[in-house]
Design a protein around this ligand. Sequence first.
Ligand SMILES: NC(=O)c1ccc[n+]([C@@H]2O[C@H](COP(=O)([O-])OP(=O)(O)OC[C@H]3O[C@@H](n4cnc5c(N)ncnc54)[C@H](OP(=O)(O)O)[C@@H]3O)[C@@H](O)[C@H]2O)c1
Length: 328
Amino acid sequence: MNYRRLGKSDMHVSEISLGTWQVGGGWGGSFDPKAANRIIRSAIDAGINFIDTADVYDAGLSEAAVGKVLETYSQKIFVATKCGRQIQPHINTGYQPEVLRRYVEASLRNMKLETIDLIQLHCPPTEVYSRPEIFGEFVKLKEEGKIQHLGVSVEKVGEAKAALAFDNVTTVQIIFNMFRQKPAEEFFAIAKERDCGIIVRVPLASGLLAGKMDETSVFKPEDHRTFNRNGEAFDKGETFSGVDFEIGLHAVSALKKRLGIEQELAAAALRWILMFPEVGTVIPGASSPGQVLANIRAAELPHFNEYQMQVVSEVYAEFLKDSIHPLW
Ligand SMILES: NC(=O)c1ccc[n+]([C@@H]2O[C@H](COP(=O)([O-])OP(=O)(O)OC[C@H]3O[C@@H](n4cnc5c(N)ncnc54)[C@H](OP(=O)(O)O)[C@@H]3O)[C@@H](O)[C@H]2O)c1
């Protein structure tokens, strides 16, 4: 495993890390703590030292599972969690400093931690990015030792840019993958200049880029890949990274054929992300320890050459750019 410094922070994190939205079995279905435990342990034992969770994942059970595993390790494992999505209705005025403070304190209790390495605003409404009192509250929380760093998780490149107006924003979590390339074009240079750490989420376009899906693939009713394909429950971009499923399958076939990849497309897709030095860490989600291990193989794969990088750009331009680029 290789490690990269996360922006201006003192965190040196594994370049492939772990996302835990689905860690207990899947997006709000029944939660299996043993399965969660196995997945998280397999990641740490393989060298991962950065774990992304959120207070709303499985109503706190994901956070609790992470906290429980951490009790059994002596080495430093960085924990990133998120706050804000419990606000109902999820609107700008619901975001108040004292509300967010309560969520942070609840996450500390839930994970049995004294401090949170990285707390992230969890894709708030766009207006929140222009409210100094919101960002100011996290300065206070840091002074009190309850958090170490603040980050934002964003839907759009414009939100990522807006968040950098606040000095205490250390990281930006954003969707970036072979099927979502705008951040590299319009945000990475700015992030580098500001020494902002980039955390890449949904790197496999919800599994599409693992190359295992076809027209007959079905998902459980509680899985967002069933119910959020058109953004029915939350931003459409979180599901298959906003790509129409059928078009995505064609784009995957083209990638496989033109790159000559039949096996390990997931690791290759992650390797492609690591080709960008501005990226601090990538947080693929995994529903089994085997997926964790397959994903960390990315760190060992040969680098993409110029021709292969060109192929990925061409596939994106041919199948996806017109529908994806303007939206996020
Ligand atoms: N708003 C936010 O801040 C936000 C939103 C979304 C996600 N996130 C974070 O980002 C993380 C990653 O996003 P994500 O999980 O939605 O998308 P993802 O990482 O693109 O896709 C994860 C899915 O891909 C499949 N997969 C993973 N590794 C595989 C492998 N080696 N071989 C075959 N299939 C593999 C699994 O699907 P199956 O389950 O079907 O096997 C897994 O559930 C989340 O866990 C979460 O921590 C944050």
